[in-house]
Design a binder for this molecule. Structure first.
Ligand code: ME8
Length: 494
């Protein structure tokens, strides 16, 4: 089965920060889970390089805007590697393939485009015109300053898509998740859609509109089109259609409207299938405050990873806060999660059992003739992925990770109850069963963690001497198994 997951493409006017890393790791977890499940995954990310905001940042840095873009996009590429992101395409909106894609897309939606003049308040930071009634004290609702703009503009007949969009929402109740965000969007559409200005003529840093002098495309048309550029538009329409039907766009909640109203309308105009889902995740603050350059509290993912470790950060972000809700980052909270959940609960579980097995000679004699308590844990291990699947199908990353942690807790309880170290002398047969079931649960935990904590999971697979490539491997009974010497997974942070 085909599967497409995307991150937003990031503006390059500032350095990558925790928020960008978060969206990218979320999409990575979704992509990895689908791959373990045998799907054919396309996973795209990239940088959004055009528009007035980027042009002004380059100017402020006294740099040529293309040179500035080349420098900044590298930082985002580096972030993608730093967070172990398994993307297979990185789209830059300044690439030739994207220019061709945007221009071809424009041709496809041409029937819904007309020229008029536009005058209104524009927020450069949001790259969006703001309604007069929404401007308070010279600011947009987002708090960004607005400026007066008047220009001849191309317009997209968004107003004519109002009913079609509402019908789409009726027929596709899960198009937006989490469900709480859906009503916001529907109310916005019901409130009446105005035609959308989709060109700019006050600056040139954008994609030229075919057959027009001095107009570039509105940066959001340019940006949204990245998703189909990545799929091979306009050359490979079969793949574009197939993949879009199975697409999940992971976005921050602040850009939901662009993905859930404008993008579907553009796609309808172009005759391209709409994505399966837009998932709007929440917003991170730092120590209770909005992250901002001027406050100086922007969390740098590179620093945190160097200090605490990558899987530690990946774990924290998806364990601390329900995916879809807002969260607050603090080092104290991160340290706590590392010590309690990772070092104690998970690290000790794996370490205690596998070190014990090494002491016994490095292998186990498997015995699946379980007692009822052993069978119970065995069943829980074998069905872990089946419990995670329906959660992951709705991108409930928090619920899925929680399911892994339940198994960690159950396994720890099982150890306390069955006391394997006391069985070595007293009841070696029983010991074989206890260790068999514990190795089964460690293996299942490693698979459950695979999408979330890929390095940790690989380490555990290494200890167990298994490949760890596909969820199918969970169904395979251990044979009399030799293991590797384990090492501690998480040195304590405190
Ligand atoms: O909006 N908390 O780019 P962008 C959580 N180029 N997530 C955050 C965050 C925070 N504090 N800050 C940023 C754009 N993000 C457009 C997108 S897509 C066709 C074009 C994440 O650089 C969040 O996912 O401002 C947000 O939507 C994304 O970074 C885009 O940030």
């Amino acid at each position: 089965m085909q599967f497409f997951v995307s991150t937003p493409i990031y503006y390059i006017n500032g350095d990558p920060h925790l928020g960008h890393a978060y969206a990218s790791i979320a999409a990575d977890i979704i992509a990895r889970f689908a791959r373990f499940d045998g799907q054919d995954v396309h996973f795209s990310t990239g940088t959004d390089e055009h528009g007035i905001k980027v042009a002004r940042s380059a100017e402020a840095a006294h740099m040529d805007v293309q040179v500035f873009s080349d420098m900044m996009t590298m930082k985002f590429r580096n972030m993608s590697s730093k967070i172990n992101m398994s993307y297979n395409d990185f789209v830059r909106t300044t690439e030739a393939r994207h220019l061709a894609s945007c221009q071809a897309f424009w041709e496809l939606i041409q029937k819904d485009i007309y020229v008029d003049t536009y005058a209104g308040w524009y927020s450069a930071r949001d790259e969006e015109y703001v309604q007069k009634s929404d401007v308070v004290d010279g600011k947009a609702p987002s708090g960004a300053p607005v400026e007066w703009m008047e220009e001849e503009s191309y317009f997209f007949k968004l107003s004519s898509y109002q009913d079609k969009l509402l019908e789409w929402y009726d027929n596709n109740p899960d198009f937006i998740l989490p469900i709480s965000r859906r009503n916001e969007v529907i109310n916005f559409i019901r409130g009446g859609l105005k035609d959308l200005s989709i060109s700019r003529s006050k600056f040139t840093w954008g994609i030229p509109i075919p057959g027009s002098q001095g107009h570039v495309m509105y940066v959001w048309i340019d940006a949204l089109t990245n998703y189909i550029t990545s799929l091979g538009f306009p050359h490979d329409m079969a793949r574009v259609s197939e993949m879009m039907k199975n697409a999940i766009h992971v976005v921050g909640k602040e850009i939901l409207r662009f993905h859930a109203v404008y993008w579907p309308a553009f796609l309808m105009a172009a005759g391209i299938p709409l994505p399966k889902r837009v998932y709007a995740h929440g917003w991170w603050t730092c120590e209770g405050q909005k992250m901002s350059k001027s406050v100086g509290n922007v969390v740098d993912p590179f620093e945190i990873i160097d200090k605490y470790g990558l899987d530690q950060l990946r774990y924290f972000l998806f364990r601390e806060v329900k995916f879809g809700e807002d969260g607050d980052f603090s080092e104290a909270a991160l340290q706590k999660r590392i010590s309690f959940d990772l070092a104690n609960d998970l690290g000790n579980l794996v370490q205690r059992i596998l070190v014990f097995i090494q002491k016994l000679g490095g292998g186990i004699e498997v015995d699946y003739d379980f007692s009822s308590s052993e069978r119970k844990l065995f069943e829980r291990s074998r069905t872990l992925i089946a419990r995670m699947r329906p959660l992951m199908a709705r991108q409930d990353l928090y619920g899925a990770l929680n399911a892994v942690w339940e198994l960690v807790a159950e396994s720890n309880r099982f150890i306390n109850d069955s006391r394997p170290w006391e069985l070595a002398k007293r009841d070696p047969e029983k010991l074989n069963k206890v260790l068999t079931v514990l190795c089964e649960s460690i293996r299942s935990i490693a698979f459950g963690l695979g999408p979330f904590l890929p390095d940790t999971s690989q380490k555990i697979f290494g200890f167990l001497n298994i490949e760890g490539k596909s969820f199918d491997e969970i169904e395979v009974d251990f044979k009399n198994q030799a293991f590797q010497e384990p090492f501690p997974l998480f040195p304590k942070a405190m």
